[in-house]
Design a protein around this ligand. Sequence first.
Ligand SMILES: NC(=O)c1ccc[n+]([C@@H]2O[C@H](COP(=O)([O-])OP(=O)(O)OC[C@H]3O[C@@H](n4cnc5c(N)ncnc54)[C@H](O)[C@@H]3O)[C@@H](O)[C@H]2O)c1
Length: 262
Amino acid sequence: MSRSSDMQPALGSPGTAVLITGGASGIGLASARALAAVGRPVALWDINKTKAEAGAAAITADYGVATLGVGIDLRDLQALGPALTETRRALSPIGGLVHSAGIVDVGSLDGVTPESWDDGINTHLRPLILLTQAMMEDFRANPGSAIVAIASINATLGNAANPIYTAAKGGMLSLVRSLADRLATDKIRINSVSPGMVLTPMMQPSVDHFPKGYFEKRILMERLGNPSEIGRVVRFLLSDEASYMTAAEVVVDGGNISSQRI
Ligand SMILES: NC(=O)c1ccc[n+]([C@@H]2O[C@H](COP(=O)([O-])OP(=O)(O)OC[C@H]3O[C@@H](n4cnc5c(N)ncnc54)[C@H](O)[C@@H]3O)[C@@H](O)[C@H]2O)c1
């Protein structure tokens, strides 16, 4: 039966493995757990090898799926090929990619250096296209393959504090729309998810720095998000439930960029 007439839930379909960058922490780890909960094997790629391996082992213990933790610096072009070979060997067939690795510059205009610019762009933006390119053979071989890029509401909101982050995230939204056109010819879907304020190790310093309620007062739902609330949306977009979605930006922010509250 075609997906358009079959109304059975399909969150775990396809059952192929998913590669998750930044998989050792926060939104990447929550996405991995959500996918594993419906039976999909997951590879956690992260610059923190110890946390990637521990996260993978915990997911196998909790959900019984095959997992792999890989230590990799995504800025290192030479590292991508060997890490992909290791992942294919352990978890093939692979039919999903979540690009969640991220860093934030906080030095505003004055703090930008050529090195910090390269770090931001080569962590967020460049791996999205290079990994997509390198994984085309996996995606083509496995029907239902899909990609999710974790962007940010900061792709839309102007924020003086982090121009590199904002530029990289805006670039990710545009890159997703370009890739969607190319990938559709191979029946591969790609979408972006733009989280709002989500309580993760990346956000914790900002939450600690500002007075209690500082972020919440702007958000219609009056609270920060939980990483699992992003992971569930990522899982949906990687599944056959989202069979007619590509080139979309899904904003998951509890009502933040829509808000006029002050
Ligand atoms: N937390 C939020 O409020 C929020 C909001 C919008 C967007 N995001 C985005 O969500 C994604 C995940 O962020 P998070 O909040 O879970 O942060 P996090 O710090 O918990 O996780 C990010 C992970 O990326 C890894 N990483 C960083 N640089 C890397 C590199 N060069 N190579 C490999 N791994 C690297 C880190 O080690 C870390 O485990 C990021 O892209 C972030 O920009 C987060």
